[in-house]
Ligand binder design. Structure first.
Ligand SMILES: [Zn+2]
Length: 429
């Protein structure tokens, strides 16, 4: 006989509405670090501290109202209170048939403890989990089996063997909400073990010594499950089906939210809509039209910019070539751009730079945005080395050989643009 209640017959599974509970500590042992919780990791729910210098203990209790993760449902959060102290419990894991509660301090065996479950989190999990059973039951009737499911922090999903059509999604949602309104009872049955489909049991669950439960939704559904469930479909409030995402070939993840999450989602959507109304200065019905107009304006602007840029490049290339002919050096600085694209176009427009044509210094960017430096022509690498050696631009990195050197300027410091210009004026070619 096990000293504690087995997973399958824990107090939280027998009566999922217990919020407080008294029990005793059976054992407590230190573990090196909190073992990573798979479900929690997946759903980004908080886990026990990962800092391995922190102490962590696993407590086995005579019985518990804190659900260990299982059946796709993440572990509860709660509090264990001894007569002298209170400890947060942020992870409970199942080890074979035993629930182990992770706490930051050692608790002596036989200590009488009081448990409290984080009811908001638990009730939310019950809404999502019972709701998932309902969605899957309706999908089963439409001959779409559920292959897997995940209870996420904000949004959950069922994985299906194919993408549903928009009409099917609406139909499933309508039928689920109809069942919710009918107020159908949900209950747990512990039938004869031979009658239970054991395919869905975890590999390490001892079916002989454990308890096999079947969760019923009226006559609609009977599903082997270890989770904590609502008593009536009415407690789900409502079900909203969201987007689908393709996964593993033809499979599709149908996302959903249930109960209080639907209200939260409506609140967030409303806030977003109001922000868009204000930013775009328009009514909700006009948002799409307004964005289309902005997109079209942006496309036109980019087209215009390209044309103007071509004109500017042409004029600048002519000026540079003229200067090279006259004084064998030229300098271009553009504070309004950061990268090298403009200079690359300029170099193409200038045409081939023959040896002994002179040297061109091209610099871009300003202040904290940084910029680029391109030196081309006779002894370009030596000119660039001099700029670096003389510390004219401190945050300059780059390289090149012979007639081409290019580099990045992480940031322009005050006065550096002027220093570069003065350097160019002094430059003898
Ligand atoms: Zn389940």
């Amino acid at each position: 006989m096990a000293a504690s209640a087995v997973v399958g017959a824990l107090a939280c599974q027998v009566d999922s509405y217990l919020r407080n509970f008294e029990t005793t500590v059976v054992s407590c042992r230190q573990i090196k670090t909190a073992p990573p919780s798979k479900a929690s990791k997946k759903s980004k729910l908080p886990t026990t501290p990962s800092d391995d210098t922190q102490e962590c203990f696993e407590v086995e209790l005579k019985d518990t109202i804190l659900f260990p993760e299982g059946g796709g449902q993440p572990s509860d959060h709660g509090v264990i209170a001894t007569p002298d102290a209170e400890f947060p419990v942020l992870a409970i894991r199942r080890a074979l048939l035993t629930a182990l509660h992770q706490v930051p301090k050692h608790i002596e065996p036989n200590t009488l403890v009081k448990l409290e479950v984080d009811w908001k989190r638990r009730f939310d999990h019950m809404q999502q989990h019972s709701g998932q059973h309902l969605i899957s039951a309706i999908l089963d009737q439409m001959e779409v089996p559920t292959l897997a499911w995940s209870l996420g922090e904000k949004v959950s999903y069922v994985e299906l063997p194919r993408k549903l059509t928009d009409e099917e999604v609406l139909e499933v949602e309508d039928r689920c909400n109809d069942v919710i309104r009918q107020g159908i009872d949900i209950w747990v049955e512990v039938p004869d073990k031979d009658l239970v489909n054991k395919n869905k049991l975890p590999d390490d669950y001892d079916a002989e010594r454990g308890i096999l439960r079947v969760v019923h939704i009226g006559n609609l559904d009977a599903n082997p499950c270890c989770g904590t469930h609502l008593k009536n479909t009415r407690e789900m409030g409502s079900i909203t089906l969201l987007h689908q995402l393709p996964i593993r070939g033809l499979n599709s993840r149908l996302h959903f939210m249930i109960g209080d999450r639907v209200r939260e989602y409506a609140r967030e959507s409303n806030n977003l809509t109001r922000a868009l109304n204000s930013r775009l200065s328009c009514q909700t019905e006009e948002i799409e039209l307004k964005i289309s107009r902005l997109e079209s304006q942006l496309r036109d602007s980019l087209k215009r910019e390209k044309l103007w840029m071509a004109d500017v490049v042409k004029a600048e290339a002519a000026r540079v070539n003229e200067e090279l002919k006259l004084v064998k050096k030229s300098y271009v600085y553009r504070g309004d751009i950061v990268g090298l694209d403009y200079f690359n176009s300029l170099v193409v427009e200038m045409g081939k730079l023959e040896p002994n044509s002179g040297v061109v210094i091209l610099a871009s960017g300003a202040g904290k945005n940084g910029g680029a430096l391109l030196v081309i022509g006779d002894g370009a690498d030596k000119v660039a080395s001099k700029i670096r050696d003389d510390c004219i631009i401190k945050a300059l990195k780059g390289g090149g050989k012979g007639a081409k050197w290019q580099g990045k300027i992480t940031q322009w410091e005050k006065g550096e643009v002027e220093s570069l210009e003065a350097f160019f004026d002094r430059l003898e070619v």
